[in-house]
Design a protein around this ligand. Sequence first.
Ligand SMILES: Cc1cc2nc3c(=O)[nH]c(=O)nc-3n(C[C@H](O)[C@H](O)[C@H](O)COP(=O)(O)O)c2cc1C
Length: 330
Amino acid sequence: MNLTTRYLGLELKSPLMPGASPLAMRLDNIRKLEDAGASAIVMHSLFAEQIEGNAVAVSRHIERWQDTFAEATSFYPQGQDYLLGPDEYLDRLTAIKTATSLPVIASLNGTHLGSWTDYARLMEKAGADAIELNTYFFATRRDESSAEIEDRVIEIARTVRASVQVPIAVKLAPFFTSPVHLVGELENVGVNGVVLFNRIFQPEIDIETFDVVPRLGLSSPEDLRLRLRALGLLRDQVKLGLCCSGGVHSAAEVVKALLAGADAVQIVAALLRDGPDTLGNILTELKLWMEKFEYTSVAEMRGALSLRNCPDPEAYERGNYLRSLQLWRE
Ligand SMILES: Cc1cc2nc3c(=O)[nH]c(=O)nc-3n(C[C@H](O)[C@H](O)[C@H](O)COP(=O)(O)O)c2cc1C
């Protein structure tokens, strides 16, 4: 059975890897992930605010992840250890490269062009095999159009593309009006892959304390569906690598992501909750599924149910909107 796949120009032994998170903070975790069959290691992000010394924004990032830290067990360090300074991040990257033979993908996170993008070059120098660019941004201003926001994402990608040789991926938020067009534009500026999707922090109102707090618990398999549509729509319209991130908790979700069109699949929540060995169990279940349905390679599965190949393309588009509403029963 051939599980190999190509993503960001990297030949990977399987489509499964841990996503950007504190999972790669500890070298013993990295070894466990490698033993379990991970095909690459994705580091957590180095944030523009850390590079530019914005302490308030940095602590806001820590707080946002705090709830999800609380949900998981002891597989990763505490929040305050999570946000390494820029030099420490690069040192950690080099240490990870020494500790594993797997490709290492560093992650750089920022919203507006600035000196932080120079770190892509430093990450490359420190040994990164590829760079994931996370441009997490939520529009809040009346005078900012969707086109401006998209142009900014493209400009950041273009700038980083021009400064490094290694492949780059852009990790996108799910709520762009025309994601296929945006991904096409990213491809045009030389981006090698996209990661679909970031999870979005949503505000929660505490009715006892009158606080508004950003909340994000660990994902559930339901979160996958937003990704499936994007993968299915993109598969036949772009050539760059497609990586699914969000809602993958078992082999069933991996199968779905591959059938929709993913080249690679990242897992975070399930590994944080159940430990790095879970990746190995998912890989075993994936092989069993492939055997049962007589697939001999991941390449055969990839995109077998993309928009072009699926029996009912409407399901990807308006989702048989009217029929779904008519058939709805309590
Ligand atoms: C505790 C935690 C920390 C994370 N840190 C980062 C990060 O530094 N950079 C990033 O791009 N994504 C980060 N993510 C998002 C994950 O990479 C992933 O996109 C998201 O969790 C969805 O995947 P999942 O459903 O498998 O958890 C983090 C997620 C969690 C739960």
